[in-house]
Design a protein around this ligand. Structure first.
Ligand SMILES: C[S@@+](CC[C@H](N)C(=O)[O-])C[C@H]1O[C@@H](n2cnc3c(N)ncnc32)[C@H](O)[C@@H]1O
Length: 209
């Protein structure tokens, strides 16, 4: 196993371990700004064939565009199992697959839009992951990411740095990342950035040129 695969295995295990209480954490996060970001993100999705990266337990299901053909991936079987249960309980039509965003099995140029919420803080190599997103997106297609950007408010940045070793160890999320830099390094053309809650969350809309 390569060192990259080992890093992914470790983070995946942390998400498997987190799955049972994830929705309690998210209930709080949704209340402090994330829900607004989800609504905005899904209202800006374009066209019919859409891929969601890092579906988690399926918190975005209520916002999926009704006419879209949805596919969603996650590398954690624990999170995916909950997403499958939620999809069947709420009759959500989505093709759920276990995959690592850094190495997806989809052909080049498959999807019109690729979307994700709060994912690239956990992906071991976020630039590699976003480059994969660009690969599977059709030319002219849209990539739309809601990401934490805790560096944008000094006190939160300080707290995030303090809590980060625990966050990485518990849930595999690194709160000190710079999402805008990672998207810029992936070769996608950023078209619009919407700041939520003083920029703590960024909705990044980009295009594959
Ligand atoms: C913070 S949760 C976000 C879940 C969901 N998008 C939401 O907004 O509630 C991060 C999710 O990304 C998934 N994830 C992290 N790294 C991944 C990777 N390399 N490939 C696929 N999924 C990944 C985790 O398993 C987890 O379900």
């Amino acid at each position: 196993m390569s060192s990259e695969d080992k890093a992914s295995e470790i983070i995946k295990r942390r998400w498997n371990r987190t799955a049972w209480y994830y929705d309690y954490l998210m209930a709080f996060m949704d209340r402090v700004g994330v829900r607004k970001g989800r609504r905005l993100l899904w209202s800006r999705v374009e066209s019919s064939h859409v891929l969601e990266i890092g579906v988690g337990t399926g918190n975005n299901f209520p916002y999926y565009p009704p006419d879209a053909e949805m596919t969603a991936i996650d590398f954690s079987e624990g999170m995916l199992k909950r997403a499958k249960n939620r999809a069947s309980r709420h009759k959500v039509k989505v093709d759920l697959r276990q995959m690592d965003v850094q190495n997806m099995k989809f052909a080049d140029n498959t999807f019109n839009t690729v979307a994700s919420t709060l994912v690239f803080c956990s992906v071991p190599d976020p630039v590699r992951g976003i480059k994969e997103v660009a690969r599977v997106c059709k030319p002219g297609g849209k990539v739309i990411l809601l990401e934490n950007d805790f560096n944008s408010v000094p006190i939160i940045s300080w707290l995030a740095k303090l809590a980060n070793p625990l966050a990485v160890r518990m849930i595999g999320a690194d709160f000190t990342r710079h999402p805008m830099d990672n998207v810029a390094s992936s070769g996608l053309a950023v078209e619009r950035v919407t700041s939520l809650r003083r920029g703590l969350w960024k909705l990044i809309e980009a295009r594959k040129v």
